[in-house]
Design a protein around this ligand. Sequence first.
Ligand SMILES: [Zn+2]
Length: 341
Amino acid sequence: MPNSPLKNVLLCTRCILPSTFPGIKFDDEGVCNYCHREEKALEKSTEKKAEYRKRLDELISRIKGNAPVYDVVMAYSGGKDSSYTMKLLRHEYDLRVLAITFDNHFVSPIAWENIRKVTDALGIDHMSFRPPWPVARKIFSLTANEDIFPAPTLMRASTICTSCIGMVKTIVLKTALEMKIPLVAFGWSPGQAPIQSAIMKTNPKLIRQNQTALKNAFPEDIRQDLLTYFIPEPYYEQYAQSFPYNIHPLAFFDYEEEAIKEDLHRLGWRPPDDTDTNSTNCLLNAFANQCHIERHGFHPYVWEIANMVRQGVMDRDEGIQKIYSPQDPQMVKYAKEKLGL
Ligand SMILES: [Zn+2]
């Protein structure tokens, strides 16, 4: 990789985490401490998956049909993981799904096409939420240059992505509360979020803490612009009894990228050729990755992909290809210019 800040790094011989990753150590065989830490959990993963599958079946049979209109609100990017999650919710559980897309002004044209095709094919209502461009631009220009969130978030995502996901989570939760929807679904891949959090009742106190932390991470002028997007203070009491469950079923359903793509193909979804290898929906992603790699010396998706390699849901060479190929310069340039940076 000429001219890449990743060219001289050593990689864990098992999972692909690089020597530049925070807190990493290698043993004599070149296997990293994160791999060793996960060994026990991996041994039990088949059991765990079955246990979570059963828990989801139980939860769904308890709540299905109780809410006035929808059983579940899906945070829907149009990418393959959220499309597939939504397909599971419709086909495996026959739930009434409301899909919400956060339009960050960088959703690719093919992603929009996929969103329309998949929601039509599955018979799902869809809404999109778009903050005005000047607000989006301010947030992404700031987070392109500055890591405003606590250090541990940097191990799992770029600051641009974290700011965007913060908005997504807030919007779907707010909708769930207002429409009395008992489930909020995310399409996190099995590497993105641990199985332990795959079915979790949201807690008003913790949500309030997270919202305050998110709010306070922004400088005062941007915070003022963002006030209407956060969970309104009265909601914590008003809806205290109806905070939803968050679920991310891909942590415990079978996950095989090619099989998923084939399945989605039948719904009219097609792999975008207008985005980079890590995202199938966002035109800001390559630039976000580039900013993170330049500042921190490792790819912001490496944690996720390393987890998937370790779990055997992704081939090691494919993981290396995804993470250690340079970002598409055209994509980086597109986002940078659009943001005026
Ligand atoms: Zn490792």
